[in-house]
Design a protein around this ligand. Structure first.
Ligand code: CDP
Length: 257
């Protein structure tokens, strides 16, 4: 009897990490070159009820970002007299990873919510809206490594889509080291099987880095190379971010009958 699809899926999931993540010709397990990004698709204004929204697919990652605000702060005692309160919730859906994730916020999600908020805050003119809040929601629907970066890229676009005045967009990308090679935009299997993962967020016009994390060890020379690789990835993603935002405002000419 042929196996049902779900059974096959379960078999796939129990497979161990592949023996080699990069072959002798420097081709990665998903067919990418060392400095190649995963295929990226971005949309803005995907949610009717949020003030701003964006959706990103980066490889197998599928992430929604939504913005509510500026609006009155609840609870009111949290309101700041001189600026808007930026809040962020990064959340992974229980079905977003292979092993069901509890819907309750994990320590990892609390940390990611904090670093993402701190990476976005320098780009927003929070002083324009005292005593208000701007809430950023990032919902990871499917995860495959690099979700904090893809979530950040989408959240910044969602802020712009909400019409919130900003100094610059924020765009994020990770680079790292896998089997001794320096690589861009790691997948989950590369992150777990590799030596180093370095997520980085950039304000491209102000040339400011707003997030830089690293797990693993690099020499100073490797560190410089990995940072430059991530910066290069960010600049390529920024071009896509800008294009996506512009496409929202393109006036389609009416086709005459
Ligand atoms: O996603 P990102 O690389 O920013 O964060 P991470 O903590 O380095 O997680 C890497 C990957 O591990 C995630 O993107 C998921 O694919 C996976 N993960 C998982 O399978 N189960 C979890 N509970 C959390 C993460």
């Amino acid at each position: 009897m042929p196996k049902r699809k779900t059974e096959n899926k379960r078999l796939d999931r129990s497979q161990k990490k592949p023996e080699k993540l990069i072959d002798k010709n420097d081709v990665r397990i998903d067919g990418r070159k060392l400095d190649e990004l995963r295929p990226v698709k971005i949309e803005v204004g995907v949610l009717g009820n949020a003030d701003g929204s964006a959706y990103i697919e980066q490889g197998k990652n599928k992430i929604l970002a939504a913005i509510y605000g500026p609006k009155e702060v609840h609870p009111r005692h949290l309101a700041l007299p001189d600026r808007s309160l930026l809040r962020c919730r990064y959340h992974m859906a229980p079905f977003s990873v292979e092993e069901r994730k509890s819907p309750a916020p994990s320590r990892r999600e609390v940390e990611l919510s904090k670093v993402i908020r701190e990476a976005l805050e320098p780009s927003v003119f929070v002083e324009y809206y005292p005593r208000t809040s701007v809430d950023i929601f990032i919902e990871v629907l499917q995860a495959d490594g690099g979700t904090r970066c893809a979530g950040l890229t989408a959240a910044s676009l969602a802020l712009a889509d909400a019409g919130i005045p900003m100094r610059d967009l924020v765009v994020a990308c990770a680079a790292g080291k896998v089997e001794g090679r320096l690589v861009l935009d790691l997948t989950d299997v590369e992150d777990k099987g590799g030596e180093v993962d370095l997520p980085l967020a950039l304000m491209p016009n102000l040339n400011g880095i707003t997030l830089l994390q690293m797990d693993g060890d690099l020499t100073v020379d490797e560190f410089e190379k990995v940072v430059n690789l991530a910066l290069d990835g960010c600049r390529r993603l920024y071009a896509l971010q800008k294009e996506t935002l512009k496409s929202k405002y393109v006036v389609k000419e009416a086709v005459e009958e």
